[in-house]
Design a protein around this ligand. Structure first.
Ligand SMILES: [Zn+2]
Length: 210
């Protein structure tokens, strides 16, 4: 309560029947207050108030004022403390985002394609072995050797093509998985940061309030 109002306050009239004539701090209504009473609520405007007695002056003071001033002071201090913490939280989220985006992406294997490539490589190895075995056994059956060579070359190039296809498919899978993962990381990070920015704006508003 300001000192000016205390100085300007009219002297209290003690009525002949023992009540004080006071002015409501809320609506200004003339009230008759029992001198024994410390706290009461105005019957007109429902403002809770206390009877303040200081240096021979008695007047009414809104209870809400004192409480909300203390509350505002507490809020202000809390807000001032919260601001650097919230700013730090945003920086931490940003660096976490950078770390998460840099982490390697895991993709599931294309098992069927892998198996096909393994089968082709095995086939290539088996025919190579058969060919070597036949050559060393001294059999020079022209058609058979020719067939074995054709199969061997087919398997050999089949393996290479299969391997390249698998590589590029895996590469595509990885790029797609990374794009998807990065999108999720960014969305999550933006959401968290937006939440903190809201709290930061609130804290700044409270800290700047008088
Ligand atoms: Zn009132």
């Amino acid at each position: 309560m300001d000192e000016q109002r205390i100085k300007d306050a009219p002297p209290v009239e003690i009525q002949h029947h023992g009540v004080m004539a006071l002015r409501c701090a809320g609506c200004g209504a003339n009230l008759e207050v029992d001198p024994e009473v410390d706290h009461f609520t105005c019957g007109y405007c429902r403002t809770p108030q206390e009877v303040v007695r200081r240096g021979g002056i008695v007047l009414l003071k809104k209870l809400g004022d004192a409480i909300s001033r203390v509350q505002r002071g507490t809020d202000k201090t809390a807000a001032e403390l919260a601001i650097p913490r919230l700013e730090r939280e945003i920086l931490e989220l940003e660096s976490k985002r950078v770390r998460d985006l840099a982490a390697p992406v895991r993709v599931r294997d294309r098992t069927r394609l892998s198996n096909a490539v393994i089968a082709m490589v095995s086939g290539f190895a088996i025919f190579f072995f058969v060919m070597i075995a036949m050559a060393s056994a001294g059999r020079h059956d022209g058609l058979l050797i020719y067939l074995v060579w054709v199969l061997w070359i087919g398997c050999f190039f089949g393996s290479i093509v299969g391997y390249i296809c698998l590589r590029s498919l895996r590469h595509g899978d990885k790029a797609k998985a990374k794009a998807q993962r990065d999108k999720a990381i960014n969305a999550e990070c933006e959401r968290e940061i937006a939440k903190i920015r809201d709290r930061l704006a609130q804290a700044r508003a409270v800290a700047d309030a008088h």
